[in-house]
Design a protein around this ligand. Structure first.
Ligand SMILES: Nc1ncnc2c1ncn2[C@@H]1O[C@H](COP(=O)(O)OP(=O)(O)OP(=O)(O)O)[C@@H](O)[C@H]1O
Ligand SMILES: [Mg+2]
Length: 167
């Protein structure tokens, strides 16, 4: 049977702040097969970081739980889903507004969803109170021949990607 996607990975980890860096580096490593630029990779890592942090802090309120990530590659586009079975969001439209936060006491700025939307091409949020939240993000990776000014040699590009993955 023909699959809709070219490649897929699934990841599951405990809802702990120390796993946030692991999650963003693991997704970046998966996405690197599309040969992204440093900027594209860094945008994806930032968006993952925001979504995973939200699952840990808001979904599970820093208690026990499991965060799942599913990433799929379709041609030159990556789709990444961050899933939790936490408390869910009552009003997704309101939650996605810039500066809205339900935890101002924790010095949250309410900019997580806005950051995801500005760094990714598409962000969709599905959530049900008491059941959890699924954030679905897509980003198209620019094919290298479309880059007008690519001053980096292949070797330099590879070196930069290695450094970013390790960051
Ligand atoms: N996975 C989630 N589960 C439950 N509620 C969530 C989840 N993700 C986001 N929310 C709700 O949406 C609100 C907005 O999220 P957003 O990431 O934009 O801001 P924030 O996390 O409050 O602040 P910041 O991300 O700037 O630190 C949160 O305050 C929270 O109420
Ligand atoms: Mg947030």
């Amino acid at each position: 049977m023909k699959r809709l996607y070219d490649n897929e990975m699934k990841l599951e980890f405990s809802s702990k702040t120390c796993n946030e860096a692991f999650a963003r580096i693991a997704v970046a490593a998966f996405v690197s097969q599309l040969d992204p630029t440093i900027d594209e990779l860094s945008d994806i890592k930032t968006a993952i970081s925001e979504a995973v942090t939200n699952s840990i802090i808001h979904g599970y309120e820093e208690g026990e739980g499991t965060v799942k990530i599913e990433a799929r590659i379709y041609l030159d586009t990556v789709q990444i889903e961050i899933i939790d079975n936490g408390k869910g969001i009552e009003n997704v439209e309101m939650a996605m507004k810039p500066l809205y936060t339900s935890k101002p006491d924790l010095e949250r700025s309410g900019m997580g969803f806005t950051i995801m939307e500005s760094f990714m091409d598409e962000v969709k949020v599905e959530s049900a109170l008491g059941f959890g939240t699924r954030v679905i993000m897509k980003k198209k990776i620019t094919p290298k021949e479309d880059l007008k000014e690519d001053n980096l040699s292949d070797e330099k590009q590879k070196e930069d990607i290695k450094n970013t993955l390790g960051a």
